[in-house]
Design a protein around this ligand. Sequence first.
Ligand code: SF4
Ligand code: SF4
Length: 261
Amino acid sequence: MSAARDIHFRCSACGACCDSPPAMSLPELFEHEDSFVGCIAIHGGGDTLALRTQGLERGDAGCPALDADRRCGIHTRRPAMCQAVPLDPTRPDAGQAALLEARRRQAPYAMAGCITTQATPGSRAMLIGGALVDDGDRRALARYREETARDRALWGEALRAELRRELAGQPPLGGYRTIPLVPALATLAAASASCRQRVLRYLDRQRALIARTPAAARPAELQVYARVYQRLALALQSARPAPPSPHAGAIEAHLRLAAAA
Ligand code: SF4
Ligand code: SF4
């Protein structure tokens, strides 16, 4: 299947592609701490073991940010992954044309008719001659990639190395396994007193979100998340203050602490 050289796009915000919580950087999970229960998704094994942070899938399917009319309740602040739709920032730019071609033919995009090879009323050009042409699209792709690269540098690579050691000798994981954010949060909280305060606030908000999640939407592991987050909060509250880490400034900037102050 050869990819179309020109692609136009018009989103009617029908919500059909919002069938699960999106992948988000850790700062985005902090920003949306009242909407998504954050988790780390792990897949593969050995050299191919990969991690990403995202909202935990709910028992009732669908993204928890969808409102009763199936509109995005956080549209103006939606995560970079959603701003990039129907592109995918986890793929290189060279792979976006093939992705758009595949999505153009696949549900839910095909049913919505939002990806077309010809301009339609209200559409905008996304790909011309096989190249991305919209600055907003480029910014959304770049934002996701930059923030997840910082996540990898600040805590992700160390966790990946630890998991590779733990899973050595086991077959690669089929599909994704999700775990609470505890290892990432513990690393970030250790960076400085303000990081610890921010992580404590996040743990508080996540436990409150879990407590108000309706039973029908509650995946079985949610109670485990509530327990381990409470345990981490108690450990952080009782820990003796340590000197700030050499990465404190970078981590505080990554968590947007100055912006939140
Ligand atoms: S399926 Fe298409 S039109 Fe509907 S919300 Fe997704 S991108 Fe927009
Ligand atoms: S955050 Fe909004 S745009 Fe993104 S998947 Fe959820 S409802 Fe859809």
